[in-house]
Ligand binder design. Structure first.
Ligand SMILES: Cc1ncc(COP(=O)(O)O)c(C=O)c1O
Length: 449
């Protein structure tokens, strides 16, 4: 039995897969912040033309530029593993595979799109990028990509993460980026939040407002988003394309594919290439895994909403907990987002992908078991996929079903050890689904149509 299933560099995919080509219905249109139809050109204040084209494209295959492939080759193709030691520990007849995206320099899947976004901005004459970061993985990825293509990068880092993860800040600085704890007093959006909540721990929604505001106000500066948007999920499909080739090398195919789901980029990345097979009639269940404290798909509503807290972004139809929902300060910072990718939302609404929510303690329990058996310490976000795969493998142990399970190990947890420390000290807790806060926030959804 093979433990590591490896592709040659020459086997790295040459095209991204666009799921829109296989969706039964076209994506719901993006609307302007006032609810009127939007001209994609209106996005030109913050995105380069090629990214805007990709955002609205329905072409099935989109070529990966050679300059992007050259950088991705620094760590791709990433390995696929058979988690045989975990299988043995669970005494399960299930076969468990995982794709290891932790091997990138930043430690997660996020550079897959950061490199592409930095490249397209560079060739369109942009010299600076702004962005937000929650867990720090995305900020690191854009800092790295900006450095490789000669762009300045400014990162608004959610304050709670800035304090929990000082070394993520150091990494971004090592790759040449400026980093500020959001909310800051440098933008209208930040000052507005601080006036209402001087001790705000920040959120991805607030940090996005700050980064978008700055990019919209400067001609030399664009904005880069680490998740949610169609082009981001497109760039991540290299994960699932590689995984399909790797599963084929060992003559196996997943019954179920799991990925942690914040804004949906690593889920779309691993799941969409399998969706192409599902659309062609193959049986495969694609499961997005979210925290019970920020249960966007499983407890949110499918409605038009803003991507940020201050209402500066266009409106997208998505599962949302309300743009001013403030999630509890859980340790999976990358999963603390009120909204969800429009593509994942639509497929979920149509019953073509599924979702589950897992409480914080179970995710760390799973992460520790995975570390002890497979060696790799997962990021708290990734622990959600590990936990989901373990739940299913245990179910298989009870029923005797020899299912094939695949999950995305979206990142390592080397900079999240304070979270593991708190888990070991018994200081972590499960947050109940914050029903009242979500109800309050959903009352503020924009009125559309
Ligand atoms: C390691 C890791 N996994 C998962 C996520 C969730 O994001 P997404 O849903 O876009 O993949 C993040 C976000 O920061 C992350 O850092």
């Amino acid at each position: 039995m093979k433990t590591k299933i490896l592709l040659k560099e020459a086997d790295m995919p040459t095209h991204w897969y666009n799921v829109v080509a296989d969706m039964p219905n076209p994506p719901a249109p993006i609307l302007a912040p006032d609810g009127s139809p939007i001209d994609p050109a209106a996005l030109a204040a913050i995105f380069p033309p090629t990214i805007i084209e990709q955002e609205v494209s329905s072409e099935r295959w989109i070529a990966i530029p050679d300059e992007v492939r050259e950088v991705l080759r620094l760590w791709r193709p990433s390995p696929l593993y058979r988690a045989e030691r975990l299988e043995r520990a669970l005494n399960t007849p299930a076969r468990i595979y995982f794709k290891n995206e932790a091997v990138s320099p930043a430690g997660s899947h996020k550079p897959n799109t950061a490199v592409a976004q930095a490249y397209y901005n560079k060739i369109h004459g942009i010299t600076r990028l702004t962005t937000e970061t929650g867990a720090g993985q995305w900020g690191c990825s854009l800092a790295l990509a900006g450095q490789l293509f000669g762009l300045e990068v400014r990162v608004y880092m959610v304050k709670v993460s800035y304090e929990q993860k000082p070394y993520r800040r150091s990494m971004m600085q090592t790759w040449g980026a400026e980093v500020f704890a959001s909310p800051t007093d440098m933008t209208h959006s930040g000052r507005h939040i601080l006036a209402q909540h001087p001790d705000s721990p920040g959120s991805l929604g607030i940090a996005i407002s700050e980064a978008v505001e700055e990019a919209a106000g400067r001609a030399d500066t664009n904005y880069a988003l680490g998740s949610v948007l169609n082009h981001v999920l497109l760039h991540q499909t290299i994960i699932g394309e590689e995984a399909k080739k790797q599963m084929a090398l060992v003559g196996d195919y997943p019954d179920m594919v799991f990925a942690p789901c914040g804004g949906g980029s690593n889920f779309g990345g691993i799941a969409f290439p399998f969706f192409a097979d599902k659309a062609a009639g193959k049986q495969v269940e694609l499961v997005a895994v979210e925290p019970t404290s920020c249960p966007t798909l499983t407890k949110g509503v499918y409605a038009y909403d803003f991507g940020d807290t201050e209402g500066l972004t266009p409106l997208t139809k998505m599962y949302t907990l309300g743009h001013d929902f403030m999630p509890p300060g859980i340790h999976a910072g990358g999963l603390r987002y009120h909204g969800e990718s429009a593509l994942v939302s639509q497929l979920y609404d149509e019953g073509l992908v599924s979702a589950m929510a897992i409480p914080q303690m179970e995710t760390f329990e799973a992460g520790v078991l995975f570390s002890k058996t497979q060696g790799i310490i997962p990021a708290p976000e990734s622990c959600h996929a590990v936990a989901a795969a373990i739940r299913e493998a245990k179910r298989c142990a009870e029923t005797g079903e020899p299912k094939t399970l695949l999950f995305n190990l979206s990142g390592h947890g080397h900079f999240d050890m304070s979270a593991y420390d708190r888990y070991f000290k018994g200081e972590l807790e499960d947050y109940d689904y914050p029903e009242a806060a979500i109800r309050e926030s959903l009352a503020h959804l924009p009125k559309v149509g």
